[in-house]
Write a protein that binds this ligand. Structure first.
Ligand code: FES
Length: 140
């Protein structure tokens, strides 16, 4: 059972220092979420993309690789059009209209080389610093 203390009138769960029954999580570098909801993906393409990821990721998907890339399906990301949608964390970079060719580029360019596929991004959680003389945010 977790300990709790009061902070501002609300209980604050503390980290369980000695978890007896807590699951373990191996280190990882990125987490991908594909939306399989029918509003943004009416043809159900996200499932095939999800199933293609182990092949596309290769060793980057291996459980014992500390730089591994986890994948997940989600029922809705709150956007609901323009899918299949893919979000990459921890960057918080969102891609739209993902097909297998774009997914291959995301794996190779974004995840392996650290260069997001700019033309397919529609949102970024953490805006990078504006370039000198530029008026808006840009993707690295
Ligand atoms: S159904 Fe995909 S974002 Fe809502």
């Amino acid at each position: 059972m977790q300990d709790e203390t009061e902070q501002g009138g609300f209980p604050v769960p503390l980290h369980n220092a000695a978890p007896l029954d807590a699951p373990e999580q191996a280190p990882y570098a990125h987490h991908l979420f594909l939306c399989s909801g029918r509003y943004c993906d009416p043809e159900g393409k996200a499932i095939a993309l999800y199933n293609a990821l182990p092949r596309l990721l290769g060793e980057l998907g291996a459980y014992d690789n500390p730089a591994r890339i986890k994948r997940g399906l989600t029922a809705c990301l709150g956007v609901c059009y323009g899918g299949p949608l893919l979000v990459v964390y921890p960057e918080g970079i969102w891609y739209h209209h993902v097909d297998e060719a774009l997914l291959q580029r995301i794996v190779r360019e974004h995840l392996e080389q650290g260069r997001p596929v700019r033309e397919a991004i529609f949102h970024q959680l953490h805006a990078p610093p504006a370039e000198s003389g530029a008026s808006g945010a840009s993707v690295p």
